[in-house]
Design a protein around this ligand. Structure first.
Ligand code: CMP
Length: 148
């Protein structure tokens, strides 16, 4: 079924205009509709709030530091099975795994480290709802789905 997901180009990739261009092209080639998009920079507290479920993990500090280190691009994407399709395109979180087993995935191609891994994507319908309203509080998902 038609589904919305939240996709983010993280600061490592958003710093490179050609990488942003290539990723946007990949989004469109994969028949996603770009419903909304924006460029934004997080304060550290935004980063801490968004990733609060990871508080206490060994990578939490470097993650929140990194995600508030520079501009990002956020997208609301729509498509059949948008959540799993975007996650399939991203490939695995861990960069060694992405490069070894999914070299043509986004993280396989552009991922630098397990933290600086190019993109984010919602992992479930509940996360998608939460994350879309975190990035785009003004967006009304129910209304948009009815129009489609
Ligand atoms: P993301 O999909 O945004 O969700 C949580 C993020 O934490 C993840 O991508 C990575 O950026 C980061 N992360 C997850 N696991 C690790 C890890 N083992 N080491 C470092 N960073 C990680």
């Amino acid at each position: 079924a038609m589904q919305l997901t939240l996709a983010v180009i993280k600061p490592d990739a958003a710093a490179h205009p050609l990488v942003v261009e290539a990723l946007q092209q990949k989004i469109l080639e994969n028949n996603f509709i770009i419903v909304m998009s924006k460029r934004l920079v997080w304060r550290r507290q935004d980063s801490e709030k968004f990733y609060s479920e990871h508080a206490g993990r060994f990578f939490y500090q470097r993650l929140v530091e990194f995600m508030s280190s520079g501009p990002m691009r956020a997208y609301i994407l729509a498509r059949e099975d948008a959540i799993s399709h975007w996650r399939m395109l991203m490939g695995p979180t861990k960069v060694f795994r992405a490069q070894y087993s999914s070299p043509s995935s986004i993280r396989g191609q552009y991922g630098l480290t397990d933290t600086r891994n190019t993109t984010h994507g919602s992992d479930s319908a509940d996360s998608a709802r939460r994350e879309i309203s975190f990035f785009f509080p003004e967006f009304n998902a129910e209304e948009w789905m009815q129009r489609e």
